[in-house]
Structure formats: C-alpha cells, structure tokens
Design a protein around this ligand. Structure first.
Ligand code: PGA
Length: 262
C-alpha cells in the first residue's frame, strides 16, 4: 500500500527580500493562509529566505507559533573554521531551520558546485539535523542529448553517496530549462522523472524510505498549474521561485487542493 506523503510547498526566495521585508512577508503569508483556513495536513508550507533574514523569521515564527517551516538556500560542507563567507549547518540548526536547499542549479552553474560538493553538503546538513531539499535537473542540452531522466538520476546517485536515508531528505526535480522561463515541464514529464528518482531512492536506500521521501517538481510553478503536477502519483509538491514572492499567488499554490478542486 502506498504511504501517504504530506505535500510540500516550498518557496525559494533566492536573493530577494531583506530581513525587514521578510518579517512583513511571512506575517502576511501566515494571515493569508489562516484566513483561507489552510489545513497544513493538506500541504506543508516552507520558505527559504536569504541567510540574513533567518534570525528575523525564526523570531517571528517562534513568537507567533506560526505553522510555517523555513530553511536556508545553501550550507557549507564544513562545520567551522577558515571558510570565509560560508555558513555552517550548526548555525542554521541554532536558528531552528528545518530544511536547507542543496544543489540548486544556480549554485551548480554560477558557483561551479560539483556533484561531490553537493554530496558533502548533504552529509553536512545531516550532521546538524537539517533536512536537505536536494535539487537535481537537466539542462535543455542534456535533455536533447540524454533524454529526460539520465542527468537528474546521475546527480541524485552522486549526491547520496554515503548518505543515511533515515536522516530525512526531500528531492526536488527542477529542469534547468523550466526555471524562471515561464515554460514549465508537463505533468507527464515531471512524473516520469520523479518516478525514476524514486527508483534511485529504492536502490540506494530501500523501498520504505523511497515511499516516505517527498519528490517535488520545480520550474515555473504557479497557482494555475500546480494542481496538474500534484495529481501525479510521484510528485509530492513544488519548489517555487518567482511565484513564491507574491503572497496571494504563493498562498494559492499552497491551497492547491481547494482552489482548483484537485
Ligand atoms: P521558478 O524557480 O519557480 O521561478 O521557475 C524555481 C527555482 O529555481 O527553484
């Protein structure tokens, strides 16, 4: 019997909103979801602000007991020491971050992160009790040359080297060609790759962990297309970039079940 996985709607703010803006944003998002009587059992909601916002978000979430989770957009592979500009998983854990995005395509391409770097970051996140939101995805050229699943499958395998699957993981399939392009993958394409990624989880860990792990789709997700992705059996939520910066739109995405009658 299939395990029930709570859908996960994650907002990747990228380098947007400073700490003051983050407070106003999270407060309004919480109000918007509360007004709509959002049931967090229907969809867990998380935001991924810039590092400098995290302390403010922590203070607000904890003071008002908001049911919104949060995490960072990256983590150092190292725990402490002479690594100028890096942020330790220990610091994120101290701010009660639950999640951390690792291996986003913008880190892979703009910062030259390799599969080995990403693997080291997944291990670092686990050392500090953080749940990685591990991003994988192919470029348009990869798609042309190798088909849809080959590159994300290889990236996932490499990232999971030596990883203990019982420590928690979310996988995000984000085709690079779909990110910020307005051209989302089709639900069929997302399902095909998500199923292949779940296959890797079974192979590397076991069926129980594979069935319990949420696999997200990311790339030009909006309120108008979210339900079509969530209807797919292997797609358990979305990693949302641009649309996560619009409170009404993001809260509408989180309420995908209600507003589109999915
Ligand atoms: P997008 O970004 O929703 O703006 O396409 C997704 C992401 O980069 O995580």
């Amino acid at each position: 019997m299939a395990v029930k996985r709570t859908p996960f709607i994650a907002g990747n703010w990228k380098m947007n909103l400073d700490h003051l803006q983050s407070i106003a944003f999270v407060q309004k998002l919480a109000w918007s979801l509360a007004d709509a009587k959002h049931d967090f059992a229907d969809a867990e909601v998380a935001v991924f602000p810039p590092f400098t916002d995290l302390r403010s978000v922590q203070t607000l979430v904890s003071a008002d007991s908001l049911p919104i989770a949060y995490g960072a957009q990256d983590v150092s592979a190292h725990d402490s020491g002479a690594y100028t500009g890096e942020i330790s998983g220990a610091f994120l854990a101290a701010l009660d971050c639950r999640y951390v995005i690792i291996g986003h395509s913008e880190r892979r391409t703009l910062h030259g992160e390799s599969d080995a770097d990403i693997n080291a970051k997944v291990l670092a996140a686990h050392r500090h009790g953080l749940i990685p939101v591990l991003c994988v995805g192919e470029t348009a050229e990869d798609l042309e040359a190798h088909g849809p699943s080959a590159v994300p499958v290889a990236q996932l395998r490499a990232a999971l080297e030596g990883v203990d699957g019982s420590k928690g993981l979310v996988v995000a399939y984000e085709p690079v060609w779909a990110i910020g392009s307005g051209q989302a993958a089709t639900p069929d394409q997302a399902e095909q790759v998500a199923a292949a990624l779940r296959g890797v989880l079974t192979e590397v860990f076991d069926d129980e962990i594979a069935q319990a792990t949420r696999v997200l789709y990311g790339g030009s997700v909006k309120a108008a297309n979210i339900a079509s992705f969530l209807r797919e059996p292997n797609v358990d939520g979305a990693l949302v970039g641009g649309a996560s910066l619009d409170i009404a739109e993001f809260s509408s995405i989180a309420r995908f079940k209600k507003h589109v009658g999915a």
